[in-house]
Design a protein. Structure first.
Length: 304
C-alpha cells in the first residue's frame, strides 16, 4: 500500500496519544488530591475507604444520569464480563488501595512505587490484544520507567529508599490499574470511552453507594479535604477516563500507556501555580529524557 494509504493510521495514533496525554494530565493530580482528602496520620481527614468508595459512588451516580440522558443502549451480553473486570481494576482495586496508602506516604514516595505502571499496562495490553512489541520497544519502556523511578528517588530525599508497609498497597494499586486499563482499552475498541467507564461505574453502584453511605464521615472535615475528594470523584474517576480510554482505543494500549510516564512531571508542573514550587534544571532534564523515550517508543514496531 502507498504511503498515503498508511497515513490515516498514523493520524489516528497521534490523536490517541494526544487524548492519552489529556487523560494523564487529569490523572496527574490524583495522588496529591487524594493526600489532601485523607490527610496525614497526625492530621487525618476523610477515611481512605470512604474516599475509595465515595469517589466511585459519586461518579457512578453521574454516570447513571449521563446514560439516561443519552438513552444509551445496554451493553452487549459479551461485554458485561469485561466491564466487570474493568470495574474490578479501576473502580475498586486502584482507588481503594491507593486511598488507604496515601495517608501514610507522600505523593513523591507513591510515584516511586507507581513508576512501573506504564510498563505493566503495556504488558497487560499486549496480552489482551495479542500484540508483540519489539524488544527495542520493551527496552525503551523500561528505560522510561527507570527514569521516572530515578527522578522520584532523587526528589524523595534521605528517606527515599525506605520502604513502608503502605507500599504493598501501592503495589496492589498499580497492578489493579494496569489490569483495569487493559480491559478498558479493549472495550473501547468497539464501545465509546464514555460508555466503558460509565457502565463500569453503574455496574458497581450496588456495592459502592451503600459502602460510601456506611463509611461517610461524622466529624468535622476541612474544606480542602472535601475539595480533594470532589476532584478525585469528578475528574480522576470519571472525566479523565473519557479521554484516556478513547486514547487507548485510537492509539493502542501498548503505545498510549507510555504517556503515563509523564504523570509525575505533570504533577510537578501543576505544583508551580498550586503550591508555589519551582522547576529546576534537573527536573526539566528528567522530563525531557522521559519525553524522548515516549517519542522513540512510538517509532518502534508493535505487531499482532
Amino acid at each position: 500500500m502507498s504511503q498515503a494509504g498508511a497515513q490515516p493510521g498514523r493520524a489516528q495514533e497521534t490523536r490517541g496519544l494526544l487524548l492519552g496525554a489529556l487523560g494523564v494530565a487529569i490523572f496527574a493530580l490524583t495522588l496529591p488530591m487524594t493526600r489532601l482528602a485523607v490527610g496525614t496520620p497526625e492530621a487525618p481527614q476523610l477515611a481512605g475507604l470512604f474516599v475509595g468508595m465515595g469517589r466511585a459512588a459519586v461518579a457512578g451516580l453521574l454516570s447513571l444520569a449521563w446514560l439516561l440522558a443519552l438513552r444509551a443502549p445496554l451493553p452487549a451480553r459479551s461485554d458485561w464480563w469485561p466491564l466487570a473486570m474493568n470495574a474490578l481494576g479501576v473502580v475498586f482495586g486502584f482507588p481503594l488501595f491507593m486511598s488507604v496508602a496515601m495517608r501514610y506516604v507522600g505523593a513523591v514516595h507513591a510515584s516511586v512505587i507507581l513508576g512501573v505502571l506504564p510498563l505493566a499496562t503495556a504488558a497487560v495490553g499486549a496480552f489482551l490484544h495479542r500484540q508483540r512489541p519489539s524488544n527495542a520497544f520493551w527496552a525503551c519502556a523500561a528505560l522510561g520507567s527507570g527514569l521516572v523511578i530515578g527522578f522520584a528517588l532523587l526528589r524523595s530525599g534521605a528517606d527515599g529508599l525506605a520502604l513502608h508497609p503502605a507500599d504493598l498497597l501501592l503495589l496492589a494499586a498499580m497492578l489493579c490499574a494496569a489490569f483495569g486499563y487493559g480491559w478498558g482499552g479493549r472495550l473501547a475498541q468497539h464501545m465509546s470511552a464514555e460508555a466503558v467507564i460509565c457502565w463500569s461505574l453503574v455496574l458497581s453502584l450496588p456495592a459502592t453507594l451503600p459502602a460510601a453511605w456506611w463509611l461517610r464521615p461524622h466529624g468535622a472535615i476541612a474544606p480542602a479535604a472535601w475539595g480533594g475528594f470532589v476532584y478525585v470523584a469528578l475528574f480522576s474517576m470519571w472525566i479523565g477516563f473519557f479521554a484516556w480510554y478513547r486514547g487507548l482505543a485510537l492509539g493502542g494500549t501498548v503505545r498510549v500507556s507510555q504517556m503515563l510516564l509523564l504523570q509525575p512531571f505533570l504533577s510537578m508542573l501543576f505544583a508551580v501555580p498550586l503550591l508555589g514550587e519551582r522547576i529546576d534544571a534537573v527536573s526539566l532534564g528528567f522530563a525531557l529524557a522521559v519525553l524522548a523515550t515516549v517519542v522513540l517508543g512510538r517509532k518502534l514496531p508493535v505487531t499482532q
